[in-house]
Design a protein around this ligand. Structure first.
Ligand SMILES: [Zn+2]
Length: 337
């Protein structure tokens, strides 16, 4: 089969299309014929060495397709599925408590194992989620970004009517999911974007207000939109560059959903406001299977819709990475084997 691999970490040019042996499932596994694979920020981090992987390695954490083979042989063969991306042992204290994303032996499909940038991918049977009529391209665009945003905004921050949610990087994969989910949960959404050219796109997702954080003081803008109070929730997946500003943007009692580190891991913040204004910082790592099932259900009902910016053939994985890294992307980039 064809698989995109890198034999050493580095820039997009380390990705090459290789001919590799077809996959066979072991006991308790399925081999899925990939219909579409989503490109995520985590793929870039693995390719550049921030996340360690085996070498050579095939990326691809978001993947949907058709079950080609299973062991033991069962009725699932031939069915349309999307892969739940979190690998866990199912037996540690966190797994037993219902939090597989905290598993002591956690990993992601496409990082801990070879992923979906290939014609076939092998995953545990427990990671298969039936598509139930949703098309595979839509499904492949959802688990990482929409699942994570659901975890952060619905399960952790419990966003609802009356909330004002500020979403950083609102036009990218994760941001465009967060805008839609915050709207679906009943919030007023302030979308922060880095260029005016992205304003129309984030408005089309439902954003009530758009702020260009490159040309405006975001905390001032957020306060002027909220009678001086600030946002009740900030969705920050940028990290080092934005943490201090995110805290500035929060209203008293506000919740900061913190995930991802696009801009790096270090930030200097004044911690006084965290206690004097009773702020909550909620870390989010991945998503539960229930989070993914929920966002797929909402997509099937037409309530969430991943925006597909580019569909590229598998052989153009390099180009796909360049697009995601360029920050020109609006929504998701897919690879199609
Ligand atoms: Zn575990």
């Amino acid at each position: 089969m064809k698989a995109i691999r890198y034999h050493k970490t580095g820039g997009p040019d380390v990705l090459s299309q290789d001919e590799v042996t077809d996959l066979e499932p072991s006991e308790g596994e399925a081999v899925v014929r990939v219909a579409a694979a989503g490109v995520n920020r985590i793929d870039i981090w693995a390719r550049t060495g921030r996340y360690k992987t085996s070498l050579p390695h095939t990326l691809g954490t978001d993947v949907a397709g058709e079950v080609a083979a299973v062991r033991p042989h069962a009725a699932e063969a031939g069915s349309q599925v999307v892969v739940y991306p979190v690998l866990s042992d199912g037996s540690c204290v966190y797994c037993r408590g219902g939090s597989p994303s905290l598993c002591l032996r956690r990993g992601f499909v496409g990082i801990a194992t070879d992923g979906g940038y290939a014609e076939l991918v092998k995953v545990p049977l427990a990671n298969l989620i039936p598509l139930r009529g949703l098309d595979p391209k839509t499904a492949a665009a959802m688990p990482v970004d929409f699942g994570t945003a659901w975890n952060g905004l619905s399960r952790k921050a419990k966003v609802g009517d009356g909330d004002v949610v500020l979403v950083w990087g609102a036009a990218g994969g994760l941001g465009h999911a967060a805008v839609q989910i915050a709207k679906h949960l009943g919030a007023r959404v302030i979308a922060a974007v880095g260029s005016d050219s992205k304003a129309d796109f984030v408005r089309s997702l439902g954003a009530d207000h758009v702020v260009n954080y490159a040309s405006h003081d975001i905390a001032e803008e957020v306060r002027s939109l909220t009678d001086g109070l600030g946002a009740s929730v900030v969705f920050d997946h940028v990290g080092g560059d934005t943490w201090a500003k995110s805290l500035d943007c929060l209203a008293r009692g506000g919740r900061m959903v913190a995930l991802g580190l696009t801009s790096g891991p270090k930030s200097e913040v004044d911690v006084r406001r965290v206690y004097s204004d009773e702020l909550s910082i909620m870390g989010v790592y991945g998503q539960s299977k229930g989070d993914v099932e929920q966002v797929l259900r909402l997509a099937a009902e037409g309530k969430l819709r991943p925006s597909i910016y580019r569909e590229l053939p598998l052989a153009e994985a390099r180009r796909a990475h360049e697009i995601v890294e360029s920050r020109e992307v609006l929504g998701k980039v897919l690879l199609i084997p």
